[in-house]
Design a protein around this ligand. Structure first.
Ligand SMILES: Cc1cc2nc3c(=O)[nH]c(=O)nc-3n(C[C@H](O)[C@H](O)[C@H](O)COP(=O)(O)OP(=O)(O)OC[C@H]3O[C@@H](n4cnc5c(N)ncnc54)[C@H](O)[C@@H]3O)c2cc1C
Length: 436
């Protein structure tokens, strides 16, 4: 038994199906529950975009609020710090004599490095970070991580029949915090910042129930490629990315649906897509910082240049391609874009605009409400031909895509994709720097 533990929340903003939290509650007499927002998230980074945009921040704030609400009956409270987690945790360790640190293992290289730094700084403490953001634990995989299959298909064939551990309930008892631990107040957000999605475990679970109590899973596969329409895909991604619901909880709900209504191609395809998520998470664990390299996991980098004006046109939705513009405007206004839309704009970024894919991935990181480091950078690498795609470069024919997915032009009209269509390279470097 530890006298005092610290549980560090990251992209796992829930109390249920949280093995690390359950373990902390069982092993510690007192517990500090910490969330750190790094000041660096909110200013432009290496690729001119911010690591945290307003839509996602709003979703995170809702989720933190919800955790505080859930903690009230336990007379506990989240400790919020606007500080680097390594600094915040180091200070708390020396102030309160913490003996054990817990987290759910995170897929990002940067986050894994922070965990390692803490372990190096405090080798005498106990560190626990079980897998719970993925469907399977690393021990369950039928291969060593270094032998991760090079393609999704090979991965899927090896894991799709693996038995899934049952999702666990929220801990019944949460130990009290020591007295006097200071927290910053949870900030509010501007009321004009509305969204289709509200953060938190409760709304995530409600959404899951609503979806699987409807008939939608029965024809998911037929409509999932549509450019728009709330019901055309599950819309689980914001809650999965923030960890308000776990992937195992989604699959348990899917199995419940299949037990009631029978399994078909569409319901299977929801699992198929979750396996893509699973693949990219293990891919990120396997390849570490190569996820962010221009050459990705390949030997040589694609030939690209940097055209500030093309980048700005893409971000703002004023390229010569109305369909791409409509997608980029939807993304900017709502923080969400369909999978088809993401593929089209990423392909345009790499092929038509011939830009360095990492700038596009970083713009997505800022804009997406469902940003997930492994899935975002993994998909961008894939489309840029430097990742897990055995076929190499994949270029979408924008004209054909428009005919197929927006034949009447209603999507383009809705998002005003043709309101400002500029020729490529009509302005020059005076447009630099591009701010989000
Ligand atoms: C360039 C690019 C960047 C992307 N960035 C992200 C990101 O940051 N965060 C994110 O969650 N998804 C990302 N995706 C994947 C996908 O577009 C979204 O998961 C999906 O559009 C979310 O909507 P949904 O929940 O309705 O998806 P559904 O179609 O209902 O799929 C169900 C779940 O399966 C997973 N999934 C679906 N498609 C993919 C995929 N291609 N790769 C991995 N997992 C998938 C997601 O967890 C999703 O919530 C990206 C795709 C591309 C092409």
């Amino acid at each position: 038994m530890h006298r005092l533990g610290l549980f560090w929340f990251q992209q796992d903003l829930r109390l249920s199906d949280q093995p690390a939290l359950t373990q902390a509650c069982a092993e510690c007499e007192q517990l500090i529950l910490l969330y750190c927002a790094e000041p660096g998230w909110f200013s432009p980074g290496r690729y001119t975009s911010k690591r945290m945009g307003m839509q996602r921040w709003r979703f995170v704030l809702d989720s933190l609020q919800e955790i505080n609400h859930q903690l009230q009956p336990h007379k506990q409270q989240l400790v919020l710090r606007f500080q680097s987690p390594v600094e915040a945790i180091s200070q708390l360790i020396s102030q309160y004599k913490i003996d054990a640190i817990y987290q759910s293992r995170q897929p990002g290289y940067y986050e894994a490095r922070q965990w390692q730094q803490l372990q190096q700084r405090f080798p005498y403490l106990s560190f626990q970070n079980p897998d719970s953001n993925t469907l399977f634990t690393e021990q369950q995989l039928p291969f060593a991580l270094t032998e991760l299959p090079a393609s999704f298909s090979q991965f899927r064939k090896q894991v799709e029949q693996l038995p899934l551990a049952a999702a666990i309930a929220a801990p019944q008892h949460i130990p009290p915090a020591p007295t006097g631990v200071q927290s910053e107040p949870l900030p509010g957000y501007p009321s004009w910042l509305s969204s289709l999605f509200s953060g938190g475990e409760y709304s995530g679970q409600q959404h899951l129930k609503r979806y699987f109590n409807s008939t939608l899973p029965g024809f998911y596969k037929e409509v999932r490629n549509a450019l728009d329409g709330f019901d055309n895909s599950t819309k689980f991604s914001p809650w999965l990315a923030a960890g308000c619901v776990s992937a195992r909880q989604v699959v348990a709900a899917l199995h419940g649906y299949e037990a009631r209504h029978g399994r078909n191609d569409s319901s299977y395809w929801i699992y198929f897509e979750l396996l893509w998520r699973e693949y990219f998470h293990w891919y990120s664990h396997r390849h570490g910082k190569a996820l962010f390299l221009r050459q990705g996991i390949k030997q040589s980098a694609p030939l690209t240049s940097f055209y500030p004006q093309r980048f700005r046109a893409w971000c703002e939705g004023t390229t010569p391609y109305p369909l791409v513009n409509a997608c980029m405007r939807q993304l900017k206004q709502t923080g969400y874009l369909s999978n088809r839309g993401r593929q089209l704009v990423a392909s345009c970024f790499v092929h038509e605009l011939q830009l360095d894919w990492r700038y596009g991935a970083a713009w997505f990181e800022q804009q997406l409400i469902d940003y997930d480091v492994a899935i975002n950078w993994g998909n961008w690498q894939y489309l840029a031909g430097v990742g897990a795609d055995p076929r190499g470069h994949r270029q979408f024919n924008l004209e054909k895509q428009q005919q197929q997915y927006d034949p009447e032009g209603s999507y383009i009209r809705q998002w005003q994709g043709d309101s400002r269509v500029l020729a490529l390279d009509s302005v020059d470097a005076a447009d630099w720097p591009v701010l989000g």
